[in-house]
Write a protein that binds this ligand. Sequence first.
Ligand code: PHE
Length: 351
Amino acid sequence: MSDNSINNLKQAITKLRTQFDNEDLDLDAKKTAYLGKKGSFNELSKEIKNVSNENKREAGKLLNELKQYLQKNLVDNSQQKTEWTDLTLPGIKQKKGHIHPISQAIEEISDIFQKIGFTRVRYPEVDWDFYAFEALNMPSDHPARDEWETFFVKTPQNKKMGKMVLTPHTSNGQVREMERLKSKPPIRMINVARCYRRQQDVTHTQMFHQFEGLVVDKGITIQHLKGTLDYFAEKFYGPGTKSRIRPFHFQFTEPSFEVDFSCHICKGTGLITDEHGDKNKCSFCKSGWHEVGGAGMVHPNVLKAGGIDPQEYTGFAFGWGVERTYTLKEGLNIDDIRYFYSGESRFLKQF
Ligand code: PHE
């Protein structure tokens, strides 16, 4: 063996030490890897047979030092781990999540209607054209369809049902509910579902939610509709909130209305008195009222599509956006509903 042998050993020892210092193993694994029977130290010790006789003593000393270094540093690590812990210190608070504000609103809305005998149902959010339009008195060439900026699904068309759509409103639940109840009123449905339209701005998201009320029975009139709207207004927005219906047009209701609720900030007056006693336009509603959605008396053709005799039964229906209805609540001040679906926890944490 050449005299270089001791230098080779020295190099190997340095290499092993560096490796050991940088090794990111847990204590037991590190012990086995370096000091175990087949560990790096024993492997390296075998090299002593290559060291020339005159250097054997020095080699032995170096290996001994290495072993002590390895042992000491393994022990040091393990001591760090078992360091004393003060169990009386306050714990670290875990962040808690909560139900999404829109899910909370859906629960609240459903509860309000369930208390007066409505049954909460859910119908497909990807549905046939038939339920979304055709059965609602809107044949395929009807221009009124344009108002629902619909997403169509690329699937083969069905002869009776037509194309598939992402439901642009919850009104697809109307005829489905009549069918579920085998065309036998009374019907008191509250259908809450996701809806989709090709629209996106501060007051619209392409995916949003609607809730649809449908009541069909003998002798149902506009009075029942108005009473239900007033009841909801008081329960959801607080005592004193009023509803208002204005003439409108939908193919599936006759007569049809737009529904407004009185503004809780100016109490429906449209005016706010400032600190000097001057009256200014209410900046939240501008007119005393907020428009929330549509309603009307179920069109005879829709009852017929659901197998119900319009001579015997009448009904009312309404459908509004959950997001819109919710953002009008007192004190919320949400000026861009897209935040709801941004996944931005700093926004969502507030509710
Ligand atoms: N579906 C209508 C819309 O999306 C709302 C509506 C529902 C109107 C029920 C009348 C009756 O605008």
